[in-house]
Design a binder for this molecule. Structure first.
Ligand code: FES
Length: 135
């Protein structure tokens, strides 16, 4: 009787540990940012917060995305390319972003502005490449 109770208790502890571990892992979401030199950085974010890409990278102290208007849709410096096969699954650009992006250099079908790109659950595991900076 005692050994059965001990065994069950140990199994419960193992199960609880497993559940806790998998629960925590479920909330750690990442995307990959590729800078203009080809360096890749995996960045963790919380998709529930629905922050912009620019806000997330600045909060992490990453300064590889230019942003002279600080997210005001006025400079176009924060031009990025998103993974083409996921482009249509992301929240679409609002009019302010579209207007600013329309004058960006090196525009592609998968161009977005980091200050307009909302990083929600559709952006989990997304690969984003920073466009060349030209002024
Ligand atoms: S930071 Fe200026 S348009 Fe995004």
């Amino acid at each position: 009787m005692f050994s059965f109770a001990f065994s069950k208790s140990l199994t419960q502890k193992t199960l609880e540990k497993t559940i806790t571990s998998s629960t925590i892992n479920r909330f750690i979401s990442k995307f990959t940012l590729i800078d203009t030199k080809g360096n890749k950085t995996e960045i963790e974010f919380d998709p529930e917060e629905e922050n912009s890409l620019l806000d997330i990278v600045l909060e992490k102290g990453i300064e590889s995305i230019h942003h002279s208007c600080n997210g005001g849709f006025a400079c176009g410096d924060c031009h990025v390319y998103v993974q083409p096969d996921k482009f249509s699954k992301l929240l679409p650009a609002e009019d302010d972003e579209k207007d600013c992006l329309s004058v960006a250099k090196d525009l592609k079908q998968n161009s977005r502005l980091a200050c307009g790109l909302i990083m929600n659950s559709d952006a989990v595991d997304l690969v984003i490449e920073i466009a060349p900076y030209r002024k």
